[in-house]
Design a protein around this ligand. Structure first.
Ligand code: 8X3
Length: 253
């Protein structure tokens, strides 16, 4: 396996969930911005393909639901300038009365406990250098609710609560805390996973929408937040396509 060398002189950015979608786009963008990017995810083959195409990206296998896996990531890192907690996602669109607790458990494990595990493990490295920045890929689902979305909205509300609590607890220490809250973003996997592999149902999510956001739009927001001067903390960036006024209010034609 050819590992891409990452220069020690560059600030290090760790991106979780980097094997596809917003995470992969963020890894590419932060590498282009001059970060030495540690792209972390379960699927090492995809990370390797990402690293092969973009200099400055180092692939690392990571399962954010495993304490051991997260500890191994942290053990391989010295100073970390940016942590993008991006791993997560949605499963199912059932109403509460039909929801499967196992799906909710999986969503909580990745979207919430994953943020806890990785943030805890990397806090010393984030504090060691010139100052660190914790970014969480949240969602508009962390700020409002919609029918059929309770498992996901509950998990994302919890992630938002973690972000806001962290900002209070880290006050006085040189660590910025930012939530990026996207609305409709068309990626290869988010809706496909949510619809349990039903491609037609996944396509329906974006049907008739002229221009859903793409992963690069969110990577652009993350790049903006992390490249502000060190005294500037972007608390929350909510970003939706022009066609989406709310989760259930989408212009389709
Ligand atoms: C995805 C946005 O509207 O599907 O995080 O909840 S939404």
């Amino acid at each position: 396996m050819s590992m891409t060398a990452v220069s020690a002189a560059k600030p290090v950015a760790v991106v979780t969930g980097a094997s596809s979608g917003i995470g992969a786009a963020t890894a590419r963008r932060l590498a282009a911005e001059g970060f030495a990017v540690v792209a972390a995810a379960r699927r090492l083959d995809r990370l390797q393909a990402l690293a092969d195409r973009a200099p400055g990206i180092r692939p690392v296998r990571l399962d954010v639901t495993s304490d051991d896996s997260v500890a191994a990531l942290a053990a391989g890192l010295d100073d970390v300038a940016v942590l993008v907690n991006n791993a997560g996602g949605a499963i199912g669109t059932e109403p509460v009365e039909l929801a499967d607790p196992a799906d909710w458990q999986t969503m909580y494990e990745t979207n919430v406990l994953g943020v806890l595990r990785v943030t805890k493990a990397l806090l010393p490295a984030l504090e060691r250098g010139a100052g660190g920045h914790i970014v969480v890929t949240g969602s508009i689902a962390g700020h409002l609710v919609y029918e059929g979305g309770a498992g996901y909205t509950a998990a994302k509300h919890a992630a938002t609560a973690v972000v806001e609590t962290l900002r209070l607890e880290l006050n006085g220490r040189p660590i910025r805390v930012t939530e990026i809250a996207p609305g409709m973003v068309r990626t290869d996997e988010f809706s496909l996973v949510r619809m349990r592999g039903d491609q037609a149902a996944a396509d329906q999510v974006y049907a008739g929408v002229a221009r859903p956001l793409v992963a690069e739009d969110i990577a652009d927001c993350i790049a903006f937040a992390v490249t502000r001067p060190a005294h500037v903390n972007i608390d929350l960036l909510t970003v939706k396509p022009l066609a989406q006024a709310a989760p259930h209010k989408v212009d389709r034609h």
